[in-house]
Design a binder for this molecule. Structure first.
Ligand SMILES: [Zn+2]
Length: 871
């Protein structure tokens, strides 16, 4: 190893210095302040890593690291290297800074390198360590890394932030019959005793979260396309399945790469192109440059794969390939902009994959998969901007949710329409070129695009991306003095403390079902009028969301509302029908459509709806409506009709997915003795539903649904179901949930009480299932008492659980309630934890993020408590 020439005498005395007792330990996680100070202090980072991977899953993985970097100035402050492997047993074996061994122990997940040990210019730190196991995903015959968003420093010491991009060289010593894949190309493979040592070429500059390797017993398939070699690593034992999928998978990658090279005008920059198919991978895919990891089941499809599954695969491959430019070549400076790489990957993937599937209605798919989910958060008082503050990478999980995944794609589509597809492409080309191998923020991109358009994109971006919420529109329909009708859309900001105006395109549908006209308008600040000459002769309805484009809370005029409620199924365009259902749902939530009338429309329209995506949309709205927005005295007389309609749909459905949509809706809403009897016969296997295959989880759910309906022999049904399980994991889950279904309130109370202990919450999906049955609408009256203690547990749940658990916990708790007493319990909790109250009682402010998710999850409950009469 090269010694640094700048090392002087002054250093020698200081080398062994450890942080003194009086010094403040570093903060845990990766605070933004730490990331900013490091990014300004050092540059040109290079990691040279070696891992020794034993065959036995439980034996430690030993590692050696040399990290080199350039300090821009003589360091006045100590430098933190991140390393958060377990302290017991010790995972940090030795540290040498610029050749001098120093005694250092990690504190709060960091190793603090003393300033005096460092020098201006080149520095080298050598570390011997044991890798933390969790991000290595160790399995009996293989392992693979997942280091996003900031888990690299659980494996090896590093500067774990996206804007200190580095070059990596890697050496893996593995059992002799193992293969390995990493970001760089394999350069050598030599025996090392009974094992083998594999070296990989130095990578291009990449962030820590994209560094990756996998090793194990893998098969390798190779394909040549357009002069490039693609390699597919996998563990599939069904050779026919591999053979059946191989060509399509290579073709999809090759055509996505070619498309992106054309669109971006930048050739693929990461050299070789490999990918690994992981059995039960935790994501769909992860975009490591040179080495994409996929969930095997999403790529190797069964012979029976549907058109939709094939589209999903094409989309997934195009998504991960798009990341090679969006995210990998140009990376967000900080994880508050993680949404950017995701939204662009989706945006490109749709352009790449959709044209190959002309039979699928992509507009409807976009509408149904994005708008309802985005609204479910954006309509609530707990919503947040697309671009959020992020003070520490250990909070990066809080970025993910419907606003990023569903609202951001809608906003991006609006942006492309506003500036034009060519301007968008040219701007993106410039952005990718300017920041190649570097980092950029959303603001950097807005500047690039703003220079290419007359429009004020800075203001547009502020409203759509930096601010929370959505515009509210109402339709104004007047007849003027000359008897001419005038239609205008009036916009306002739902929040009284601002007065934002959203610029967007609307595709308004108006006229009659047989003669519907499509008008493309752009919203003006307050009032957007339908031009005089554009008015059709006869106008039965005006639907501002008709083309599936406009985003916001839309209040229809009375005539249109009444007409659409009575005639929605007569609209010819499936997108218009989908948009109508989504709009009427919003109106119901706002108290403008009577829930029973909306249910009536759903039951009337379902038999005539022939588009699978619209059936799924209507059936999903129907279930929420049935349980949360109808008073029991209204629900009971309607039940027979609901069941009849769903069973007729089940009989009529032509695809297995449609059959299971209808059957699960029936199973979820059935209440009449006749319907429950049918469900029980299906569960007992004495009656079959033609064309519907029921697997173990379906039968388990049927048994639970029968039990929550307190059928006379509920306990015996649960016992019998328990005996039916072949799969031990599913059996254990069922046994965990069973007490939540008990007919005895004391048993249910004891189950709930047990959840106060973290060890009983470890299996989070089991817990949410149990919680949702405890709080099932049929048992809600007796379950209001669970609300307050569950809310009181929230902070602890966030500490001990996965990032999505607090929201899932709240959804399971509140989804079954609609009573004023339940609503009051939540409001009391919020009031008692207001900033004022917390200050008055000398407590720190209640975490804003938790408050937001309470407001999100309670939104339907608050509305239902206002809408549903209690008598
Ligand atoms: Zn992605």
């Amino acid at each position: 190893m090269r010694r640094h020439p700048a090392l002087g005498l002054a250093l020698l005395a200081a080398c062994a210095r450890v942080p003194g007792a009086g010094e403040k330990p570093p903060e845990p996680g990766i605070p933004l302040t730490l990331a900013e100070s490091r990014a300004s202090a050092i540059e040109n980072v290079r990691y040279q890593l070696a891992f020794d991977i034993p065959a036995a899953q439980t034996s430690p993985v030993n590692g050696r690291l040399t990290v080199r970097f350039v300090a821009k100035a003589t360091p006045a402050q100590p430098l933190q290297l991140d390393f958060d492997a377990p302290a017991e047993p010790n995972h940090l074996m030795s540290v040498a800074v610029n050749g001098k061994t120093v005694e250092l122990r990690p504190a709060n997940g960091h190793v603090v390198l003393p300033a005096l040990a460092l020098a201006k210019g080149e520095n080298a730190v050598d570390v011997a360590f044991v890798a933390g196991d969790v991000p290595l995903n160790r399995n009996p015959e293989f392992l693979y890394t997942i280091l996003v968003p900031a888990r690299a420093h659980e494996v090896f010491p590093c500067f774990d932030q996206p804007d200190l991009k580095a070059r990596y060289t890697l050496e893996l010593t593995v059992p002799g019959d193992w293969q390995a894949v990493a970001n760089g190309a394999e350069t050598s493979r030599e025996p090392a005793g009974d094992r083998v040592r594999i070296r990989f070429a130095e990578t291009q500059p990449i962030p820590t979260y994209l560094f990756a390797f996998a090793a194990g017993k893998f098969q390798i398939e190779t394909g040549e396309r357009n002069g490039r070699t693609f390699r597919m690593f996998h563990r599939e034992t069904d050779e026919k399945k591999v053979a059946r999928n191989r060509d399509a998978v290579f073709d999809l990658h090759a055509s996505a790469l070619k498309w992106l090279e054309d669109y971006s005008a930048i050739p693929y920059q990461f050299g070789k192109f490999d990918f690994l198919l992981v059995p039960s991978f935790q994501f769909g895919g992860m975009e490591h440059p040179g080495s994409i990891f996929y969930n095997a089941a999403s790529v190797l499809l069964d012979e029976s794969a549907t058109e939709n599954q094939m589209l999903n695969r094409a989309n997934l491959i195009a998504h991960e390939t798009s990341h090679m430019w969006f995210g990998d070549l140009v990376t967000m400076r900080w994880f508050n902009d993680v949404w950017m790489k995701e939204v662009f990957a989706n945006f490109m993937a749709a352009k790449i994959a959709n044209p190959a599937f002309p039979k699928i209605n992509h507009e409807l798919r976009f509408l149904v998969s994005n708008y309802p989910a985005a609204y479910s958060v954006d309509r609530t008082a707990g919503t947040h901007p697309i671009r959020q503050q992020l003070e520490n990478l250990n909070e990066a999980g809080s970025q993910y949710g419907a606003i990023i995944y569903q609202k951001a794609p809608i906003v991006m589509r609006q942006l492309e329409r506003l500036i034009g597809a060519d301007t968008m492409r040219d701007g993106l080309r410039e952005y990718l070129k300017r920041f190649t191998f570097g980092n950029a923020t959303w603001t950097d991109l807005v500047k690039v695009l703003d220079d290419r358009t007359e429009r004020d994109l800075a203001t547009w971006s502020h409203v759509w991306v930096e601010e929370a919420g959505r515009p509210l529109f109402r339709t104004e329909w007047q007849t003027n003095d000359e008897g001419r009708r005038q239609i205008a859309f009036i916009q306002r900001d739902g929040r009284s403390d601002r007065s934002l105006h959203w610029t967007e395109q609307m595709e308004v549908l108006l006229g009659t079902p047989n003669d519907a006209h499509d008008l493309l308008l752009e919203t003006k600040s307050e009032r957007t009028e339908v031009p005089d000459g554009m008015m059709p002769r006869q106008v039965d309805f005006v639907l501002p969301t008709g083309g599936g484009l406009a985003y916001g809370g839309f209040m229809l005029d009375d005539t249109s509302r009444e007409f659409l409620l009575a005639h929605v199924e007569e609209l010819k365009d499936p997108v218009a029908r989908g948009a109508t259902w989504i709009t009427l749902w919003e109106e119901m939530l706002n108290g403008l459509v009577d829930p029973a009338e909306l249910l009536d429309a759903q039951l009337r329209a379902l038999p005539r709806e022939n588009t699978e995506q619209n059936v799924q949309l209507v059936v999903s709205e129907l279930q929420d409506l049935f349980w949360q927005f109808l008073a029991e005295r209204v629900r009971t007389p309607l039940s027979a009709n609901v069941e009849r309609t769903l069973r007729a749909g089940l009989a009529r459905a032509s695809t297995s997915s449609l059959k299971s949509t209808y059957f699960s809706a029936f199973r979820n809403t059935v209440t009449t003795p006749e319907g429950v009897g049918f469900l029980e016969r299906v569960w007992r296997r004495t009656e079959k539903v033609p064309g519907l295959t029921l697997a173990e989880p379906d039968e388990a759910t049927m048994a639970l649904e029968l039990a929550v309906r307190s059928v006379p022999n509920a306990a015996a049904i649960l016992e019998e179901q328990r005996g039916r399980f072949q799969n031990p994991d599913r059996k254990a889950r069922f046994e965990f949930v069973m007490p939540a279904l008990s007919a005895t309130p004391e048993t249910r109370d004891a189950f709930f009480a047990s959840l106060a202990e973290a060890k009983n919450r470890r299996r989070e999906p089991w817990v949410t299932e149990g919680m949702s049955y405890l709080n099932h609408p049929l048992r809600a009256a007796g379950a209001v008492k669970y609300i307050r203690p569950s809310l009181d547990l929230l902070e602890e749940i966030k500490r001990s659980g996965d990032i999505f658990f607090p929201k899932n916990w709240l959804d399971a708790l509140l989804g079954g309630h609609n009573s004023p007493s339940a609503s009051t319990a939540v409001r009391a909790f919020l009031d008692e934890h207001s900033d004022e109250q917390q200050t008055a009682t000398g407590k720190p402010p209640y975490p804003a993020r938790l408050r937001r998710i309470v407001l999100q999850s309670a939104d339907n409950l608050f509305r239902a408590a206002d809408i549903v009469p209690t008598w």
